[in-house]
Design a protein around this ligand. Structure first.
Ligand SMILES: *Cc1c(COP(=O)(O)O)cnc(C)c1O
Length: 372
């Protein structure tokens, strides 16, 4: 077959990844100093990383002329220890996004399909499209993933199911028994990527025992990240665990030297400070409650969040986000997810949350004057 275009159709059709806007970009646009901007758009930890991370990076004799250790031995050992799993279950990546992509490379190809819920993390459709596979997107009218509906959407060519729990941008959570029921019924040749980017924020009673699930299901891989609760989004480091067969495929697909020395050292230090993680999770719970009360007082519908952000129906997400920007507040409009009336607001510091609520009240004049 001869070709006539530089890129295959599925690559030419790729859309850009739309991230939250940076502090510097918004500061420039609205003419405010950097320190007056609060970024509540990318679900970062407002407390930052553990102070031990900075200490460890200073102590580590990092020689930037050297390649990082491709095997990430210290981080793999620390993760194996923290999770109680063997090292050969683990794969470390440059952010868990890279592992969501690696699983698509592993399982998909043209002629194969992936199943995931409507309003899923944008990395899912993107990963599927990059490898030229097809997506079956399962309707989610209540903005909560329905594992039984994912199961029902599986077709003969399905090789992969993506499920983020809790989800982003929804923040909603589906109970462990429902996910387990799906895992029990799925054919063994279909891989499940369970994305647990926000698992640290779950109440202990809600958190599934993902390690026990992986022990039971050789077709399950669980992805997690240091970007959210651990406060290391800038370093790009995440991990996944699965039984050795699946984990080893992912280690081979992952780009060589993907995880820098700095990221490896920082992640190990972050794991060694469970108190900082607990403080972050507690501060987040207080922040969610604060935001929830404020949003209720404004009469704004918001989804029950099991994460460090909340999805809020503001009528016109794009317009409200632009208005908030003029107050120095960056939130995330989610029109690109098919949710044009909503914005996603990350939990900030107590002061940032208060500022956000005040600015939101001012940005919603029509509602406040009671237009029915
Ligand atoms: C933030 C996020 C990730 C991963 O982020 P990385 O920074 O690439 O580790 C993965 N899944 C979901 C649902 C997320 O919200």
């Amino acid at each position: 077959m001869s070709i006539s275009s530089p890129f295959p159709d599925h690559i030419a059709a790729l859309g850009p990844y739309v991230p939250g806007q940076s502090i510097a970009t918004v500061a420039r646009r609205v003419g405010l100093p950097l320190e007056d901007i609060a970024k509540l758009a990318s679900n970062e930890n407002p407390l930052g990383a553990s102070p031990r991370v900075a200490e460890a990076l200073q102590r580590a004799a990092l020689d930037l002329s050297r390649y990082p250790d491709n095997d990430c031995p210290d981080l793999m050992a620390a993760l194996a220890d923290a999770l109680g799993v063997p090292m050969d279950w683990l794969v470390v990546g440059a952010g868990s996004e890279s592992l969501l992509a690696a699983i698509a490379t592993a399982c998909l190809a043209p002629g194969r399909s992936a199943v995931y819920s409507q309003y899923s993390f944008q990395a899912f459709p993107n990963a599927v499209q990059r490898v030229g596979a097809t997506s079956h997107v399962v309707a989610s009218p209540d903005l909560v993933v329905d594992p039984a509906a994912l199961l029902a959407a599986v077709t003969e060519d399905t090789a992969l199911v993506y499920l983020a729990n809790p989800g982003n941008p929804t923040g909603t959570y589906v109970g462990a028994h429902e996910v387990l029921a799906m895992l029990e019924r799925l054919p063994a040749h279909i891989t499940v990527l369970l994305d647990e980017a926000y698992c640290e924020f779950l109440a202990p009673a809600d958190a599934p025992d993902a390690v026990a699930w992986v022990r039971r299901f050789p077709n399950l891989v669980v992805a997690r990240t240091f970007s959210k609760a651990y406060g290391l989004a800038g370093l790009r480091v995440g991990y996944a665990f699965a039984q050795p067969g699946l984990a080893s495929v992912l280690r081979r697909i992952r780009a060589p030297f993907a995880v820098t020395d700095l990221a490896q050292v920082a992640a190990v230090a972050a794991l060694q400070d469970p108190e900082h993680l607990a403080r972050s999770v507690a501060a987040n719970a207080a922040g969610l409650a604060h935001l929830g009360q404020g949003l209720d007082a404004l009469g704004l519908r918001h989804l029950p969040s099991h994460t460090n952000f909340v999805l809020v129906d503001v009528g016109d997400g794009g317009a409200v986000a632009r208005t908030l920007e003029t107050h120095g507040l960056i939130v995330r409009p989610v029109g690109g997810y098919g949710l044009p009336s909503w914005v996603r607001i990350s939990v900030g510091t107590r002061a940032e949350n208060a500022r956000l609520l005040a600015a939101l009240a001012a940005a919603l004049p029509a509602r406040r004057t009671g237009v029915a």
